[in-house]
Design a protein around this ligand. Structure first.
Ligand code: ADP
Ligand code: MG
Length: 511
């Protein structure tokens, strides 16, 4: 892939991000046009919306035009290039606007029309024409290709189209939910989704908004960040809640069986095939969760694309066309743009899945969520195992400093194990698993403004406090483990005021 295409891909990603960045229509469209102008070297990008009732076409957003120029940009159906594109639904390219009598330059934004080309593509959703995207282009550089520009602009138009449709739905829901929202006061609480960090709250806000729509959602995030839990939450908050939630992991099923698993099969479609109903059919009336979508074999991608477009497919070995009413939520921990670049994931499929992207940050990037998660899991496992256990502050600090490569799943497993194993009513540092304690990252345990010598002392204190109980406060053994002499250890115990308390009965002492 050449450099130009990488720029395109980057621009497309940015546009898809800004389109869903807020619920402010004009602002998002303006930001998208800004990217078109800056990244793709197209000038004076404009988005026109066609009002079916009045049959008027007007600019909703424009980049590089003044307010006055914008207000002049009104067309009738069939009038000018813009009006023609809306009427015919076909993209148009004007190589030189000076030589084109149909080009009306109504906004008056081009006093000098020399050498300017004009690109105009329709914004279409299932044959309905919502408007057009247009841009000026000066082809000084012979390397760029008009077809490429039209192709990119068409993808952008389809993203904008999906966004416009969604926005309509949001508007309706927004009105319906106004009272409900006032009660929530910008705090999004779902009983099973824990997290108050700004980044997690932003995720919940989006979850809340998309739950009311049928929009296709793509969840990104490392393993264990809660993608499946969020998919379920969206389903159970949606009007499909009474319908089925069907999950399938595209990576867990061998390639040759996946097609039958997803779409069903007729008896004898392949050796050993029985007639069976696929996941899509099972999910009818509900939601299908396609986990690890990045692993979907290339050969199955067109079939999924068709389901997304037409909500229809044919089971393996059958020519029967099955229609389903299914909402699609997919998830990936892979960088799909990389897969697209490598050619293992279809770009058109990606844009169909990525209507609403939701990125769930790893736990190490939202450490504020660790204490409430620890609390939540302590409580729920204590309930299950009929115990009453809390956690010591030092131990909590260590949990905060750990990177949690397995994210919430690892944290939940760790707490469960601690609750099962713990014999006291307070979890101490030394009870934490080695991997959690082993990687004490000095910097993140302590506040930013601590000086190095203080940090070193703090680390020393934690290591000693952690090691002593493991040898039942035996100074000689602890010193040996830490690589200190007994004198050095005794000095530090006094220096840090560490209490030596031996468990009675546990007799490991050799003084
Ligand atoms: N914010 C959260 N609050 C409570 N539990 C969570 C949260 N995020 C994840 N979990 C729990 O962590 C575990 C892993 O979540 P999962 O949805 O399977 O992650 P992923 O699909 O991203 O690998 C599950 O047990 C889930 O219930
Ligand atoms: Mg998962």
């Amino acid at each position: 892939m050449n450099k130009y295409e990488n720029i395109e891909l980057k621009a497309l990603f940015e546009i898809s991000k800004v389109l869903t960045s807020s619920f402010n229509l004009e602002k998002n469209l303006f930001l998208a046009l800004e990217i078109i102008s800056k990244e793709l070297e197209m000038r004076r990008g404009s988005i026109f919306i066609f009002d079916k009732k009045t049959e008027e076409i007007s600019i909703v957003a424009a980049y590089g035009l003044t307010e006055e120029e914008i207000s002049r940009g009104k067309y009738r159906l069939g009038e000018g290039i813009v009006g023609r594109v809306i009427e015919t639904g076909q993209p148009m390219f004007i190589p030189d606007i000076e030589k084109e009598p149909q080009f009306l330059n109504k906004t008056g934004s081009r006093p000098n029309k020399k050498g300017i080309s004009f690109l105009c593509v329709p914004i279409k959703i299932e044959e309905e024409i919502l408007g057009v995207v247009s841009a000026d282009r000066i082809y000084a550089d012979e390397q760029v290709d008009v077809d490429d520009d039209l192709r990119v602009l068409s993808i952008i138009a389809s993203l904008i189209g999906q966004f416009l449709k969604l926005w309509e739905t949001y508007k309706i829901i927004e009105d319906e939910n106004i009272i409900l929202r006032a009660q929530l006061k910008d705090r999004y609480n779902f009983p099973n989704l824990i997290g108050q960090s700004p980044s997690f709250q932003a995720v919940l806000k989006t979850v809340m908004k998309v739950a009311g729509t049928d929009a296709t959602v793509l969840l990104f995030g490392e393993s264990g960040t809660g993608k499946e839990l969020i998919a379920k939450t969206i389903h159970f908050q949606s009007k499909r809640a009474k319908g089925p939630f069907v999950a399938i992991n595209c990576a867990a099923i061998p390639e040759n069986l996946l097609e039958a698993e997803l779409f069903g099969s007729e008896k004898g479609a392949f050796t050993g095939a029985i007639k069976r109903i696929g996941k899509f059919e099972q999910a009818n009336g509900g939601t299908i969760f396609l986990d690890e979508i990045g692993e979907l074999p290339f050969s199955l991608q067109p079939k999924l694309l068709r389901v997304l477009q037409d909500k229809a497919f044919e089971p393996l070995g059958s020519s029967k066309n099955i229609k389903v009413d299914v909402r699609i939520i997919s998830a990936t921990n892979k960088d799909l743009s990389e897969e697209i670049r490598k050619g293992s994931f279809r770009e058109d499929l990606f844009w169909r899945l990525n209507v609403i992207p939701i990125y769930i940050p790893p736990l190490r990037e939202r450490k504020e969520d660790i204490p409430p998660l620890v609390e939540y899991y302590l409580k729920s496992f204590c309930n299950i195992y009929k115990k009453s256990i809390s956690i010591d502050n030092e131990a909590l600090k260590v949990l905060l400093s750990y990177d949690w490569p397995g994210n919430v799943r690892e944290l939940s497993n760790t707490i469960e194990r601690l609750v099962v194993m713990s014999e006291s009513d307070k979890i101490k540092v030394y009870e934490l698993p080695d991997r959690v304690r082993g990687i004490i990252k000095v910097k993140s345990v302590f506040s930013e403004d601590l000086k190095l010598p203080t940090e070193i002392e703090e680390l020393e204190r934690i290591r000693i406090m952690d090691a002593l109980p493991r040898f039942n406060y035996n100074i000689r053994k602890t010193a040996k483990l830490l690589g200190l002499t007994e004198r050095q250890l005794n000095y530090r115990v006094r220096k840090y005021g560490i209490k030596i308390k031996k468990d009675l009965g546990l007799n490991d002492s050799d003084h």
